[in-house]
Design a binder for this molecule. Structure first.
Ligand code: PSU
Ligand code: MN
Length: 301
């Protein structure tokens, strides 16, 4: 059912490092034409660390783990490419549809294909106004049930960050700051909230992964929260001002469901003159590079 590219299959069979990459950030999180460039660049970054990139998406009803250039182009440029959470996968397969995979769908497909390390920008989570909308990303529930290591810059700052941290605790998902005891804030280096655990090297992360397996703990994820470097973060005052406007616009325009996150991210790009995009890209690049190193430590390469 899952089409694993030859390169990815060979690397997995030989226990060489592989890093899964999601495609929603490409199709729905970044503006065209920059998105395709970024998709290619992220794959190149994984390669620089000696790992094989496995970008994941569904094309014509087939889940793909590892895309060639033409397939990446489809994800970046095709009109009508859907946004698929894990619940959408069987529906997309049966309909023969094409879609980009969110963190939840990517983590599921990666784990099924045998890929253990995954890099993204920021996780989805509990939205502000949760008590009214009940909007909580399916990312969290899936990560509570899937054995994968996710390298991210925390959760998107458009969310209710403390509520999301609490939900991760409740769900039993392990969270560690990478080189920091502060939980990163996606566009910002520090969300203002602490984390209980700090890991300082790819080898330490791999040790935790081995301990997860040795303990036969429930099949949950390890979240490695890697902050964007302070010199590349979005100016916190600008972030606070534009985010407040974005949340207001989202509500007054009646945006709901899957459209909320892309709407807010795009609003920030427009109203920060691209500064939020620069910070988002800096965060993703750093995460992808670290994921390559973790994958290498994990496979002992
Ligand atoms: N990280 C980014 N940009 C994004 C996303 C993550 O830097 O666009 C995507 C991920 O695919 C994540 C999704 O799973 O946003 C969350 O969407 P929702 O809140 O609708 O679950
Ligand atoms: Mn949502």
């Amino acid at each position: 059912m899952i089409v694993t590219s030859e390169e990815v299959r060979e690397a997995l069979d030989a226990r060489r490092p592989v890093v899964a990459l999601e495609s929603t950030i490409i199709a729905h999180g970044l503006p065209r034409p920059r998105n395709l460039q970024v998709a290619l660049e992220l794959e190149e970054t994984v390669r620089e660390e000696g790992a094989v990139p496995a970008t994941i998406a569904v094309l014509d009803g087939r889940p793909h783990v590892g895309l060639d250039k033409g397939q990446l182009e489809r994800v970046a440029n095709e009109d009508g490419i859907r946004k698929l959470g894990h619940r959408d996968l069987p529906l997309a397969v049966a309909a023969g549809a094409s879609g980009a995979t969110t963190v939840s769908a990517t983590a599921l497909l990666a784990a099924r294909a045998g890929v253990r390390v995954f890099a993204t920008g920021g996780l989805g989570g509990v939205h502000r106004e949760w008590t009214v909308t009940q909007d909580e990303s399916a990312d969290l529930g899936l990560l509570a049930r899937t054995r994968i290591t996710v390298v991210c810059a925390g959760v998107k700052s458009i969310l209710d960050v403390p509520a999301t941290l609490q939900r991760l605790e409740t769900l039993g998902v392990a969270v560690a700051g990478y080189g920091t005891d502060r939980f990163p804030g996606f566009y910002l280096s520090d969300s203002g909230h602490p984390v209980d655990w700090t890991l300082d090297s790819p080898e330490q992360v791999a040790e935790v992964m081995r301990a997860q397996d040795a303990l036969h703990a429930p099949d949950s994820s390890l979240v490695v929260a890697n902050p964007v470097p302070e010199e590349e973060q979005l100016d916190p005052a600008l972030h606070a001002r534009v985010l407040a406007e974005a949340l207001h616009a989202c509500e007054s325009e009646g945006v709901t469901g899957q459209a909320v996150t892309p709407f807010l991210l795009a609003y920030l790009v427009r109203h920060t003159d691209g500064a939020s995009l620069a910070a988002n890209l800096a965060a993703v690049r750093g995460n992808v590079r670290l994921a390559g190193r973790i994958a290498a430590a994990w496979t002992g390469a």
